[in-house]
Write a protein that binds this ligand. Structure first.
Ligand code: KIV
Ligand code: ZN
Length: 561
């Protein structure tokens, strides 16, 4: 009978670990990082890296600060072998970096691996074989004793081949491949068999690396497995416990982090999570997450886009725009309420403050990004984003009620076009809506009539309508309004704001006047001029022009604060 999908899968079993300690652990230091971009990552590429790409990536990994780098699987192909030889023969391995190479538990391949390493000053040689029941039974045709014998034979060969090359500082690593699907007592038995032969010491520890070769359980169960191994394996004090998560369930990062809490001190993965199938653990993700706990990762991603460009070039694969920390969109908020919150928090932020900006877990500047993309305006945005862009890009601080009025104008454009609006687009809408280029005021003549009373005369142009405005009032604005009223314009000033744009000789003033026209319409006018009085008069004309527009064009919208 055909089974339902959920009936096809064996549920993963919880680990019996009554007094588990990892849930209370705090990550307070960076692990030892091992990049396997040039090995596991490379094995997973549609087109594996050529020599030039491998060299470029190796140099970048060194620059980022990796001290342990798995550079390949030298017995698997001539390119892999030649790349390793280039690193050694051309003396390209810095003194504080140790390269690592992988070999399966097969004698000819192990011999070829040591040959490829001839003359290297330091190296980690990484032995692996599968241990899970499905691999023992269906692939290797070995029982548990058979797997232990296989491991012991090849672990001994490591010792012999290393002893024959005493000029190199050798370190060994062992991975029970498919560990995450292996019974814990058997995993311990295999690991103990290896370390019994390698006899690690405090000065020459060996690495035991526990992979989720295929991620099949939740991160808490894997953490239990790691803690169980951490507490049960022999010679633990002379072992560097490492993990090697993959990402099949999409929880590679969580798996890695919980494993570190559970006793692992080293972690293997790839930049931006490249690797077989859904990838290896994303080292950048885990490293930068440490900042959120106030821990320095010890890797330098202060120009994360340079790292991304190199990885994209070498892997010939793009990084997703929403990829944590590095994607094009990850520091951008489109939603209006997020934008409002970010803008307010930025306005209150002072140098040296702890990073407390809502919706931005990390300061983009720490990764070499600017704040330019933090706020982008689309149909989901509100007044906050629009106000932010005008302020950030044009130095214009819209009064709150004008923000509300103008956001409805921008919203209407976005509803029409369905497109995101850049700062330049928004400025264009602002110029048009407030008729900034349609009004002018020539040389206003202001004279004092008596204390507290002035007369004003000005030649103005309001959207092609030229007129001489003459009036008397308590100040220039009052006199100008009186002059317009004398010409039949029913205009009153309700509120007034202005500020300088820029500084020094180029400084200009911007005036925002909320006006009542024809005793009914309330709207804003905006004027910009080097002279503050002219800016205010232009703002009044801007309001008059807007009110005279066809109703369909006018944005005399209700302002609901
Ligand atoms: O994923 C895996 O199990 C591996 C091992 C060789 C470490 O890549
Ligand atoms: Zn792997």
């Amino acid at each position: 009978m055909l089974k339902q999908p959920q009936q096809k899968y064996r549920p993963f079993a919880p680990v019996r670990l009554a007094d588990r300690r990892w849930p209370d652990a705090v990550l307070d230091r960076a692990p030892v990082w091992l990049s396997t971009d040039l090995r596991d990552g490379n094995q997973a590429l549609i087109e594996p890296m050529d020599l030039a790409r491998k060299l470029r990536l190796f140099e970048m990994l060194v620059k980022v600060g990796f001290k342990e780098i798995e550079v390949g699987f030298p017995s698997s192909s001539q390119t892999e072998f030649d790349f390793l030889r280039r690193l050694i023969d051309e003396d390209r391995i810095p003194a504080d970096v140790t390269i690592q190479v992988l070999t399966p538990a097969r004698e000819p391949l192990i011999r070829r691996t040591f040959e490829a390493l001839e003359g290297v000053p330091r190296a980690i040689v990484h032995l692996y074989n599968a241990t899970a029941p499905v691999m023992r039974e269906k692939v290797l045709g070995l029982d548990e004793d058979g797997v232990v014998a296989l491991v012991e034979t090849h672990a001994r060969l490591f010792v012999d081949l290393a002893n024959a090359r005493p000029d190199t500082q050798w370190r060994f690593e062992y991975s029970p491949e498919t560990f995450s699907d292996t019974e814990l007592p058997f995993a311990k038995r295999v690991v103990d068999a290896v370390t019994a032969i390698w006899q690690p010491t405090a000065d020459r520890k060996c690495i035991i690396n526990l992979p989720t070769t295929v991620e099949r359980c939740t991160p808490n169960v894997f953490a239990d497995m790691v803690e169980w191994m951490h507490r049960h394996i022999a010679r633990r004090e002379h072992i560097v416990l490492s993990v090697h998560p993959h990402n099949d369930r999409g929880t590679g990062t969580a798996t890695g982090e919980l494993a570190l809490m559970a006793g692992a001190e080293r972690i293997e993965g790839c930049l931006f999570g490249n690797g077989e199938r859904t990838g290896n653990l994303d080292l950048v993700n885990v490293a930068l997450n440490l900042y959120t706990q106030g821990v320095a990762p010890g890797l330098d991603f202060s120009d994360i886009d340079e790292v991304r460009r190199c990885v994209e070039h070498c892997n010939q694969l793009p990084v997703h725009p929403r990829h944590p920390y590095v994607g094009d969109l990850v520091y951008t908020s489109f939603s209006g309420s997020h934008q409002d919150a970010i803008r307010k928090a930025f306005a209150q932020r002072r140098d040296g403050d702890i990073w407390d900006i809502p919706y931005l877990p990390i300061d983009p500047k720490d990764l070499g990004r600017s704040y330019d993309a933090v706020i982008r305006v689309n149909s989901q945005s509100g007044k906050g984003g629009i106000a932010y862009l005008l302020e950030a890009e044009y130095g214009i601080e819209l009064p709150r009620r004008l923000q509300i009025e103008f956001s409805q104008v921008v919203q209407a454009v976005m509803d029409d076009t369905g497109k995101e609006q850049s700062a330049v687009d928004i400025w264009g809408i602002f110029e048009r809506e407030y008729a900034l280029n349609e009004v002018s005021v020539a040389h206003p003549a202001i004279t004092s009539v008596e204390p507290g009373v002035v007369s004003l005369g000005a030649r103005v142009d309001a959207a092609g309508r030229q007129m001489q405005v003459e009036g008397v009032g308590a100040g220039p604005i009052d006199a100008f309004v009186a002059g317009l009223q004398a010409r039949g314009e029913r205009v009153r000033v309700l509120d007034y704001h202005e500020h300088a744009i820029g500084s020094g000789a180029d400084a200009r003033a911007i005036a925002f006047l909320e006006l009542r026209l024809d005793d009914q319409t309330s709207l804003f006018g905006v004027g910009i001029d080097a002279d503050i009085v002219s800016a205010s008069l232009k703002a009044i004309l801007s309001g008059v022009v807007r009110a005279r527009r066809q109703p369909a064009q006018a944005a005399s919208v209700a302002i609901v604060a």
